[in-house]
Design a protein around this ligand. Structure first.
Ligand SMILES: [Zn+2]
Length: 156
C-alpha cells in the first residue's frame, strides 16, 4: 500500500463531466485496488457549486442536477422553488431543453444565497411569491437614533 498525492478523474462519482480531484490516493501494488481520500465531501460540493455559479455559459443539465442536489432538493421540490413543473426540471437535467436564462439566474442566486448552513425559510418564500397577485404592501419605516431604520409591514 502506498499513499501519495495524485490527480484523478472524479466526473463519474460526482455526476459532472471534467471534474478531477487532486488529493491523496492509496494504491495496492499487488492488486491495483485504490482508495481516494475525500475529506469534507460537503465542502467539496460547496466549492464546486461556487465555481459553477460563476461560469459564463448557461448551466448544462448535469450542472443543474448537481446544484439542485447541493440545495438538497428532490426534482419536485426544485420545480416548486423554481415556479415550474417537474417535467420541465427533468427536461433541463436530461438536456432535452436548455434551462432558460431567467431560471438559470434564479438557480445561481439560490445557490449563492445559501451558505453551507442553510436558511430554508428565506428560499421557501420563493415558492409562493410568483403565484401571488401583485399587490402593494403597507409599511411604516421608523428612524432609529443611530441612522438605523426599522420597517414594519403587513407583508405576510
Ligand atoms: Zn491488494
Amino acid at each position: 500500500m502506498r499513499t501519495r498525492r495524485e490527480t484523478v478523474p472524479f466526473d463519474r462519482p460526482i455526476g459532472l463531466s471534467g471534474v478531477r480531484l487532486n488529493t491523496f490516493v492509496t494504491r495496492c501494488s499487488k492488486c491495483g485496488a485504490f482508495e481516494i481520500a475525500i475529506p469534507n465531501l460537503e465542502g467539496l460540493h460547496q466549492a464546486i457549486a461556487r465555481t459553477l455559479i460563476t461560469k459564463q455559459a448557461r448551466l448544462t443539465g448535469e450542472e443543474v442536477r448537481f446544484l439542485r442536489k447541493v440545495l438538497g432538493w428532490s426534482g419536485a421540490d426544485f420545480a416548486e422553488h423554481m415556479g415550474t413543473s417537474a417535467e420541465t426540471v427533468s427536461r433541463w437535467e436530461n438536456d432535452t431543453i436548455p434551462i432558460g436564462p431567467q431560471a438559470d439566474r434564479l438557480l445561481r442566486l439560490m445557490v449563492m444565497s445559501r451558505g453551507p448552513v442553510s436558511d430554508y425559510r428565506k428560499l421557501d418564500l420563493l415558492k409562493t411569491v410568483a403565484r401571488a397577485k401583485p399587490a402593494a404592501v403597507r409599511m411604516l419605516a421608523k428612524a432609529g437614533t443611530r441612522g438605523d431604520w426599522r420597517v414594519r409591514s403587513d407583508a405576510a
